[in-house]
Ligand binder design. Structure first.
Ligand code: PLP
Length: 434
């Protein structure tokens, strides 16, 4: 198939767009529906990226489109700080209802995942009167000053962008496949939790730490699922030491993992939760949801922003939640996840380069290694596999602190046939490239 239109546009992209804005593929999308993206030359792709975890309910959902169109005709942007509007309050009420935490909660809205994390940190500092923030090894929280500081991977996220925000410290991530302590779960006794306790009694004092921030399942870090006991221990440590627990559910939220929020897998009730990505099916929106008294710590005007919680974002988000609930997309995430897992398990038996398969629901990944014993990351093969898949019409993207993970983030409306076709292509892509 000719790529004539795409190639012209790629020239334009290279001429006018900063190269620092990375492109994982050279596909130029024209339109998308459910789990299929069609490019400018008419080629169709099965999408296993979902706009990096944004299209959980599927591309261009009709309910979202209609809600946005109706809102455009009525009110686009009065700015919530100037004149309020109902959709902001409606969505706040709904998020309070569906997020974990059996206590009174309140909400504030922003525009991006990074912005929600920035705000959660501000709120935690204001409430506790303390400044230190602990984040996890292999974490990703965004590209702004504070969030890139809390992020682990240097290249590309922190490369040459220092100095970083002060008073941030790292704790283990519970990455069992590559345990920092050389242990094996569960015999390890969850040594990572003990390490955090020790740190907070010596090198760091709980008197200086405002919050621990953790993705319940790490996204960019490679879909690292920590032991349940680890996140529960972090919650206990926080409770004992007057530290707040923030879970960053920007990538894990809204049915991605088979539950509305991944914190639910770990039986934890975070003090603050950050949300974005799939919240509004592609409208730029993010939120911080948390304990009411903590959310009320900042004085009027100390948090917010011009566009935060725009009417278009809020009406889209209300439709997203309605669709997840009406169509039981949590169950669907588990069904799709089971289908993918079944295929990945067969591939694990055939291909030694698959070192680990992990994830929850429809948030799954494979970690590729040169040798199952040494676990040396096999980064070089990732592009070969994803490029082969792209040729065959499937979009897979990478992840991982070592860049050796392929992650699967299908829209939760993907059909069984589409999942199986994509898995056929993955199987073939590995076979052709090992
Ligand atoms: N937090 C997590 C867990 C993420 O996965 C991301 C983005 O991938 C962010 C924060 C940053 O979100 P954004 O790119 O919208 O700023």
């Amino acid at each position: 198939m000719s790529r004539a239109i795409a190639l012209d546009l790629i020239d334009k992209r290279n001429k006018y767009v900063s190269r620092g804005v990375g492109n994982i593929t050279q596909v130029i999308a024209k339109k998308a529906k459910d789990a299929i993206i069609t490019d400018v030359d008419g080629k169709e792709y099965i999408d296993f990226a979902s706009g990096i975890g944004v299209q959980n309910i599927g591309h261009c959902d009709i309910g979202v489109i209609e809600a946005i169109k109706k809102q455009v005709d009525e009110l686009i942007h009065p700015c919530f700080h100037v004149t309020m509007y109902e959709a902001y309050m409606d969505l706040a009420e709904k998020l309070v209802e569906i997020t974990p935490g059996s206590f009174d909660k309140k909400v504030m809205f922003a525009n991006s995942g990074a912005e929600s994390v920035e705000n959660a940190v501000k709120i935690a500092r204001k409430y506790t009167g303390k400044t230190g923030i602990l984040s996890l090894e292999s974490a990703f929280h965004g590209r702004t000053l504070m969030t890139m500081t809390l992020t682990s991977k240097v290249k590309p996220y922190k490369n040459g962008f220092g100095p970083f925000a002060p008073e941030t410290y790292k704790i283990p991530s519970g990455y069992c496949y590559r345990c920092s302590f050389g242990g094996t779960y569960p015999d390890c006794g969850v040594a990572c939790a003990e390490r955090v306790r020790t740190l907070l009694k010596g090198e760091l004092s709980s008197d200086m730490i405002a919050a621990i921030i953790a993705e319940p399942i790490q996204g960019e870090g490679g879909f690292v699922v920590p032991p349940k006991e680890y996140l529960k221990a972090l919650q206990e440590i926080c409770n004992e030491m007057d530290i707040l627990l923030i879970t960053d559910e920007v990538q894990t939220g809204f049915a991605r993992t088979g539950k509305m929020f991944a914190s639910e897998h770990f039986d934890i009730e975070p003090d603050l939760i950050t949300l974005s990505k799939s919240i509004a099916a592609g409208m730029p929106l993010s939120a911080v949801v948390g304990k009411a008294e903590i959310m009320d710590a900042p004085n009027p005007g100390e948090i917010g922003g011009t566009y935060g919680g725009s009417p278009l974002g809020c009406v889209a988000a209300l439709k997203v939640i309605e669709k997840i609930e009406k169509h039981n997309l949590n169950d669907r995430a588990n069904e799709i996840g089971d289908l993918i897992l079944k295929r990945l398990n067969v591939m694990y038996e055939k291909y030694d380069i698959i070192g680990d398969i992990r994830g929850r629901g429809a948030m799954l990944a494979i970690e590729l290694v040169k040798d199952r014993k040494t676990k040396e990351p096999y980064k070089e093969i990732i592009k070969k596999i994803t490029n082969y898949a792209l040729e065959k019409g499937v979009i897979f993207i990478d992840a991982g602190i070592f860049g050796n993970v392929i992650r699967f983030l299908p829209p939760l409306v993907m059909t069984e046939d589409q999942v199986n076709r994509a898995m056929d292509v993955l199987d073939e892509a590995i076979a052709k490239n090992i």
